[in-house]
Design a protein around this ligand. Structure first.
Ligand SMILES: *[C@@H]1O[C@H](CO)[C@@H](O)[C@H](O)[C@H]1NC(C)=O
Ligand SMILES: *[C@@H]1O[C@H](CO)[C@@H](O)[C@H](O)[C@H]1NC(C)=O
Length: 291
């Protein structure tokens, strides 16, 4: 615009003094050049602004893309975390199972397999210590299981004598022990004491002397469980026997007691008392014995 405005100015002044008009022309020329210069600089600036704007758009696009990628990665990591968490829980459960199996074996006198007793690396150790409390719980259970799985069995009879002049409810003491695995039977008391909660089986055989009757009963603590009867009165000798199955708590005492006043029971290996633990009980859950 300034260009067009200056041009008529040059025409109108062309007829004036040569020296003065030359100076004006030169000045005009300078101004014109300056304007050109400014215009080209402005163009450059505009160009630069355009460049910057398109670069900005590019950068924005890049940022958007990166943000999407970060979001995707985050989701991936989260889902991997979940998988890892589930795997850790599963492995932990398996390891605890093996731990309790190992302890059961150990307390049965069988060493752990070499792989189970190998010391794990420190990283593994750290993971293991995290579940220390549940391991302790498990090992307590392992000890209880080991108790159940210890065999309990006894067999005793009257030795080389009769059990004579027994009073009513007097405990018949089978003094000759043949078997007493687990030491549940005490031969000075004639009593079996249950070492663990469980289901037990007991048997007793009683032989009456000639021309005499005899009664005897199983007792659980002070409770009569049943009665055996043998009538030696009718015949020369008589015999009676009984097998019972009882669910006992640890510490329950089983005895065989005489029923009649001043009775005698035939000894010399004829009358006996035996029993064994059929299965231990843990929280009403059966555990197999003998493994
Ligand atoms: C268990 O391992 C120990 C040490 O290695 C060994 O002395 C012992 O005899 C082993 N016991 C059994 C039952 O294998
Ligand atoms: C049998 O019981 C008596 C009385 O409680 C006790 O003194 C004795 O040590 C017991 N015997 C065995 C072998 O445990």
């Amino acid at each position: 615009m300034r260009h067009l405005f200056i041009f008529p100015l040059i025409l109108c002044c062309s007829g004036v003094k040569a020296t003065g008009s030359d100076a004006v022309l030169q000045r005009l020329e300078e101004l014109s050049q300056r304007v050109d210069h400014l215009e080209s600089r402005e163009k450059l600036h505009l160009q630069k602004i355009n460049d910057l704007e398109s670069r900005d758009q590019l950068q924005q696009a890049t940022i958007d893309k990166l943000e999407r990628e970060v979001q995707e990665q985050r989701q991936l990591i989260e889902s991997m975390d979940e998988i890892q968490q589930a795997t850790i829980i599963e492995l932990e459960a398996q390891r605890q199972l093996m731990e309790s199996m190992g302890e059961t074996l150990e307390s049965n006198g069988i060493n752990k397999t070499s792989s189970a007793s190998k010391t794990p690396n420190p990283d593994h150790n750290a993971k293991m210590s995290r579940s220390m409390s549940s391991i302790k719980e498990r090992s307590a259970m392992g000890i209880r299981q080991a108790e159940f799985e210890s065999p309990v069995a006894f067999y005793a009879h009257l030795g080389n004598h009769h059990f004579e002049h027994a009073g009513v409810n007097q405990i018949i003491i089978y003094d000759s022990i043949v078997t007493n695995v687990g030491n549940g039977y005490n031969d000075s008391l004639g009593a079996f004491t249950a070492p663990v909660d469980g289901i037990y089986v007991f048997s007793s055989t009683m032989v009456a002397l000639q021309h005499r009757n005899a009664h005897s009963s199983f007792f659980k603590n002070s409770d009569r469980i049943n009665t055996m009867f043998a009538s030696g009165v009718e015949s020369q000798y008589d015999t009676s026997s009984s097998t019972i199955v009882l669910q006992l708590s640890k510490g329950d005492v089983i005895t065989v007691r005489n029923g009649d006043a001043d009775t005698s029971i035939h000894g010399y290996d004829h009358s006996s008392f035996s029993g064994f633990l059929l299965t231990g009980l843990n929280n009403n859950q059966n555990v197999i014995i003998g493994k």
